[in-house]
Design a protein around this ligand. Sequence first.
Ligand code: 5AD
Ligand code: FES
Length: 354
Amino acid sequence: MAEKDLVDKLRDTGNLADDEFSCVLLCQEPGFDEYIWEKAREVREKYYGKEVYLRGLIEYTNYCKNNCNYCGIRRDNKNAERYRLTEEDILSCCDMGYDLGFRTFVLQGGEDPYFTDDRMVSIVRNIRKRHPDCAITLSIGEKEKESYQRFFDAGADRYLLRHETADKAHYKLLHPSEMSFEHRMQCLRDLKDIGYQVGCGMMLGSPGQKTEHIIEDLKFLRDFKPHMVGIGPFIPHHDTPYADEAAGTVEQTLRLLAVIRLLLPDVLLPATTALGTIDPLGREKGLRAGANVIMPNLSPTDVRGKYLLYDNKICTGDEAAECIRCMFLRVSNAGYEVVQSRGDHARYKDGSDK
Ligand code: 5AD
Ligand code: FES
């Protein structure tokens, strides 16, 4: 089958055989990218129109007990300047974000033992109390199911935990031996069982990643059916074992965004900061390839420059209000429109996924 026909087949059936996925991922035909991006836009517009949802990202701690080989805040990076926000800081970030129009807050941090379950529950409860009309998303790593349940009961609605790679051997390569592929996958299942809207995802171009691994990722996404998929290029950080590895590319990331849009038509798909970091127009291009979410940084300006998972991260010097203005402009330049809403997954809007 010609590659463009495979794009139609993916859209119409929500699936492809391995060799067909491989053709779509590797196709170099002139005009192929424009074709798949256009199909991805058609599908996203069918479910979400021209709407783009904002998630206000609050990076509340860069302490991390983990040691992922790719990550700039891994525990062995003694050069990382560590910080933690207080509960009060976090709440005032949310208040400021609310005034700027945000209706989703994402608390993201390293796996920091200081933030015990009790502390997290208190933070979530207080955000929930102050902003009953907002979605609260946690992105705080691997926990036991009881903990996830407590956060959910306190008012958290969504959880982001990238699976990083669906291939066990590749997972072992990217992570120290104390981390387990099975546990990560178990966490994702637990989150879904509890009733969270769940986001997973992976980096593109991470060391050792082969086309076969990406096909495994796609099959995992097809079967797991997450509500959100965060993907971005791997970007080396100078104080990690991968300092000298090559970064992932814009082309590959845009290709995957479009494929994921066709695979999971109503998924929430962010145009990530990492994509904006390797290309100044990366996020706009992402929106034109099927993405429908942007995650501007709401962290206080004095800590932004410290949450560095990779080198040259953008938006580390801007005030939140500036960032927002810039984001509105970018979204409208891409032909879309920022809306002030929780931006729930399409399955939640009619209550069918509750
Ligand atoms: N380049 C790109 N993305 C990275 N992440 C961590 N380190 C890097 C890097 N060097 C991603 C991981 C993690 C998410 C919070 O950020 O996928 O899950
Ligand atoms: Fe694992 Fe940061 S140390 S994502």
